[in-house]
Design a protein around this ligand. Structure first.
Ligand code: PRP
Length: 174
């Protein structure tokens, strides 16, 4: 990562504002429901922690971890669950929280897998959506920021496991 310069793309204040707006929307939409919020590890942990704290409704928390086969740069398209949720979701309302959607392959796979368990509803919330990068059709119900280009790190997002801890989102420039 040393060969890149980091430029702030979304400052912690801007993130905070968007997270609060999303939390408001989610709280309204799921008011009175039996909501389970599922974070996709690892990238979503910081966003999810802030999102649920800004929500005004109760929820159950769980996590799932997914891995795609192939190298870090070339996605093979084959995804597998390496750590499943521990909460039964049948008949319940589920909100999946992601840090970023790129090709859509990860969440398209997850959606198919979780629908087999017959939740009452299944919605998706992502901090960053790179819609133009889709290889498969995938729609996120809640989006923090739409991003056209650039490799981003910080606020949970990593570059080779580095930079997740940073409180702002940066774009890497050569
Ligand atoms: C990232 C991100 C999504 C996925 C998006 O996870 O958190 O899960 O890639 O890419 P896609 O839309 O092309 O499938 P990553 O595999 O980097 O793991 P991490 O969350 O542990 O950083």
């Amino acid at each position: 990562m040393e060969r890149y310069r980091k430029k702030v793309l979304y400052s912690r204040d801007v993130i905070d504002e968007r997270v609060k707006a999303l939390a408001g929307q989610v709280s309204r939409d799921f008011s009175g429901k039996d909501l389970i919020v599922v974070g996709v590890l690892k990238g979503s942990f910081m966003f999810m922690a802030d999102l649920i704290r800004a929500m005004t409704i109760p929820c159950t928390i769980d996590f799932i971890r997914l891995a795609s086969y192939g190298s870090a740069t070339v996605t093979s398209g084959k995804v597998r669950i390496t750590k499943d949720i521990e909460t039964p979701i049948t008949g319940r309302d589920v909100l999946i929280v992601e840090d970023i959607i790129d090709t859509g392959l990860t969440l398209a796979f997850l959606k198919e897998k979780l629908l087999e368990r017959n939740p009452r509803s299944l919605k998706f919330c992502t901090l960053i959506d790179k819609k133009h990068r889709r290889k498969v059709e995938f729609h996120s119900d809640y989006v923090g920021f739409d991003l056209d280009q650039g490799f981003v790190v910080g606020y949970g997002l990593d570059f080779d496991e580095k930079a997740r801890y940073l409180p702002d989102v940066y774009v890497l420039e050569e």
